[in-house]
Design a binder for this molecule. Sequence first.
Ligand code: B12
Length: 363
Amino acid sequence: MPEPLPTLDEIRAHLDPYQVTHLGVTTAAVLAEARAAIHERKAAGLHGEMGFTYLNPDRSTDPSRAVRDARSVIVAARPYLTDADPERPAETLGPHARVGRYAWVDHYAPLRAGLRSAAKLIRAAGHRAVAFADDNSIVDRAVAHRAGLGWFGKNANLLLPGAGSFFVLGSIVTTAEYQPNRRLAPDGCGTCTACFAGCPTDAIIAPAVIDANRCLSWVMQKPGSIPHEFRVAIGDRIYGCDDCQDVCPISVRLGQRNTVELPDEVGAWVDALALLAADDEWIEARYGSWYIAGRDFDILRRNALIVVGNVGDPSDSRVHDTVERYRFGPDRLLAEHAEWAAGRLATRRPARNSTRNSAPITP
Ligand code: B12
């Protein structure tokens, strides 16, 4: 005998310990607008050669390709804002690189665990049900939007009414029938354009449209050489960029209503020199949950060299020795970035008789 199908309220209660704060339901119909947008942006080159949901847009915008005969998509949001941000380590400890909030700890792991556990309850009732979060199989924001969880902000993030955008999203695609949402969340951005001005690389080219070629989040994930025009703008970032959310008055103010507690060990800052001295195993043990194309950890070393150039102390011998080691090392990509870092450090060296000791970090 199958178990009874859990109600949405029972699923909500089940997800509570996983700190899922918002839940909605939509049908498994094709995500036609997202499909059209992906095709258009791909044709216009705005995807910057990204794979993910752009790999097979017809699949990632059709929930029934993820789960045969799917009827419903239950969409969940989990906050990742915290009450207090870890302080930047002291300058004497060497240059430290900034990590995007969503990656300070693995926020997807508890979200996936909760959704998988809830999917199990639905399967026990005799239905198919599979959990997805940040997976190539489904466009998370599009299902969340249709489930009424939030509106597309001008910064492209999904903003939850009364809560903002500092949320990760995930879903359960199932053959079970749940009552779908019929009302989309109204736009809450109004006339605000703070994110346009706040993006360090002008990557927001129209409301809710990102040119991934310019979005630092992708620039830092993409393999290969980092275009020169973005290297200073990267500043002290190594993974992720929060600027379009950090300048969003709604997300900053309302985000405080939904925060998560973090463990004592949080990866908000990366010791750039330690990373540049480490082997792949060390890097994987600490940052293995990040998206790193091909598990090629030189991508992080490359980013760390940019950070060292931008914020390292030009008179610190540890900084100098690290950059020189890479400059004359065997890897051409890293040597080229180290060469750039050396040049950048030289421009930031205090001029004789000058009181200024660093150039501003502006593009
Ligand atoms: C590819 C991707 C990226 C790419 C490209 C992002 C982009 N905006 O194009 C890169 C690597 C740059 C990236 C960066 C980030 N990402 Co990302 N990323 C994804 C991924 C894998 C696929 C997204 C996708 O397919 N987009 C397709 C395009 C077409 O959709 P869209 O950009 O949302 O566009 C919609 C709107 O434009 C709307 N629309 C169309 N016309 C119009 C017109 C108007 C006026 C309006 C208002 C809307 C509108 O319709 C479009 C289609 O639905 C998802 C995970 C997933 N599986 O879905 C995570 C995801 C979107 N990312 C996420 C996060 C957290 C981030 C970062 C904040 C991480 C960081 N700190 O660096 C940044 C934010 C950058 C930004 N401002 O978007 C979260 C977003 C959560 C949220 N609350 O929105 C997701 C959902 C992952 C998750 N499961 O939680 N990401």
